[in-house]
Design a protein around this ligand. Structure first.
Ligand SMILES: Cc1ncc(COP(=O)(O)O)c(C=O)c1O
Length: 484
């Protein structure tokens, strides 16, 4: 296939060249109707088209979108690829709707993104949560181990599918080949949320993509690690999967807009070509460039890198650094932000930098240096709580059959202090990484509640909890019925 071609980008350019008159949606009429106050931001509107002749239809592709998707499948080695408008959030919903049916037992890595949980709610599947393995030194999740998957199939041999989150937010990528083998042996589908791994085929320096390892469905956020616009992603059907492309197309039509943005589609087309160009580069040179960038950042901040144990591969496009001794990752994040350096993630003990394939400027490195130095010089190194598990989940847990409707009913606002033993009426989600700590309907108690309080105290952000004017943490719980 001609990977240098850009079917959607070229079709949009060709359409715009003739300076067409628009009597169709969108209302900006090829960018002609443009409020002056937002002109610069909306400057690409000329290419923000709709399903016109020559521009194909995402929901029934047979022209330029079909060609662009085929090029994408070719480069990743999948049987079919689908362009996602709505990110991996849409991808996970589509993946689950296409693969599962009501009541299906499904193994789910517990530290999964909230979109997976929402997909399972929509389809009314029956999740069995599997605890990830944790790194002893950092407390970070290492993903699923083959042993926990084997144990799970022993307990629930009727399981229809396994949902894996790999790599995690920190770029740590657990081995998957044996896990896929175990699932296949048991007749189960393997669905992989590889939101953070769209760049993996770029070279040997990166972990293997779940597509090449034989997963049935794989979701990528193109916008996370490739230069694609926000809300874009790819969904792949594996070469040997029994899932039919038509089933995925049908689910995609349920989840995605009937007017998908052509700017987003064009950026997916361009990101695939960018990946192709990366693949042409010398592997050793790419590796060396990323290594140097990483060292420069660590050196600038006088930071120490966190390295996973040997059996887990770290994505070289990410830097997981320890917060300086006596400070939290969130504190370092705030100081970096004051220097106009915005990182992807901080937790109690770490900061995570997402890199690109572009070298960094001296100005950027100086900002990192200043931010980290100011944190150290302006604050006593007193914080001693660092090093706890990133998210406290343990054991295998089968949810009740009606889990997807738990937590409904009359609700009340409760302080977290009074919320103990009450049922959450919302999902409580540290964000990022977007992994629900408590699902709506779960009882607020135990190690996870302690973790939540500690995280809030230390400055972490959490969806489903807000602070009152007098500083109390509030959430929504299910109102208990009055005793008669
Ligand atoms: C593991 C994982 N899956 C899915 C998503 C959702 O991705 P998107 O933002 O592309 O919708 C995220 C977002 O951060 C994520 O980290």
């Amino acid at each position: 296939m001609n990977q240098s071609s850009l079917p959607i980008v070229e079709a949009l350019q060709q359409h715009a060249e003739a300076e067409p008159d628009s009597f169709h949606v969108p209302g900006h009429k090829n960018g002609v109707v443009q409020p002056a106050y937002a002109r610069e931001i909306l400057s690409a509107s000329r290419y923000d088209q709709t399903e016109l002749p020559g521009l194909d239809d995402l929901h029934d592709p047979c022209g330029v979108i079909a060609s662009a998707q085929q090029l994408t499948a070719d480069i990743y080695g999948s049987r079919s690829a689908f362009f996602l408008i709505g990110g991996s959030t849409a991808g996970n919903l589509i993946m689950i709707l296409a693969a599962l049916q009501e009541g299906d037992v499904v193994f789910v890595q517990r530290d999964t993104h909230k979109s997976v949980i929402n997909g399972l709610r929509l389809v009314k599947a029956q999740p069995v949560f599997l605890e990830p393995e944790y790194d002893e030194t950092s407390g970070l999740s290492l993903g699923l181990s083959i042993h926990s998957v084997q144990r799970a199939f022993h307990s629930y041999p009727e399981t229809a599918a396994l949902i894996v989150n790999r790599p995690g937010y920190y770029g740590w990528t657990s081995p998957l080949r044996a896990i896929i083998g175990e699932a296949k042996k048991n007749g189960a589908l393997v669905l992989v949320d590889e939101a953070h791994g769209a760049h993996f085929p770029a070279g040997d320096v990166f972990p293997d993509s779940a597509v090449s390892l034989g997963a049935d469905l794989v979701v990528h956020s193109a916008h996370k690690t490739l230069p694609a616009l926000t809300m874009t992603g790819y969904l792949h059907v594996g070469r040997s999967s029994r899932i039919k492309a038509a089933e995925v197309q049908e689910a995609a039509a349920m989840v995605e807009s009937s007017s998908p943005s052509y700017l987003l589609l064009a950026s997916l087309d361009a990101a695939r070509k960018y990946l192709y160009d990366l693949i042409q580069k010398d592997d050793a040179a790419l590796q060396e460039q990323l290594k140097q960038t990483k060292q420069a950042v660590l050196q600038a901040g006088a930071l120490e890198e966190r390295i996973p144990p040997e059996h887990v591969r770290a994505d070289p496009l990410k830097i997981v650094a320890r917060a300086p001794q006596g400070h939290t990752g969130w504190a370092l994040q705030r100081y970096l932000e004051e220097e106009h350096v915005f990182i992807e993630l901080a937790d109690e003990a770490h900061v995570v930098f997402f890199l690109s394939f572009q070298p960094l400027s001296t100005k950027t490195l100086q900002r990192i240096e200043r931010g980290a130095a100011r944190l150290r010089s302006e604050n006593p190194a007193v914080y001693s709580g660092a090093g706890a598990r990133s998210l406290p989940f343990s054991g295998m847990q089968k949810l009740p059959a009606d889990w997807y409707q738990a937590g409904r009913g009359e609700t009340e606002t409760t302080t977290l202090e009074d919320a103990e033993q009450k049922q959450a009426a919302v999902d409580i989600i540290p964000y990022p990484p977007g992994v629900p700590l408590f699902l709506k309907g779960e009882t607020l108690t135990g190690e996870r509640l302690d973790f939540l309080l500690k995280r809030l105290e230390a400055g972490g952000s959490v969806q489903g909890v807000r602070q009152s004017e007098n500083g109390q943490w509030l959430t929504s719980t299910v109102k208990r019925k009055e005793a008669r």
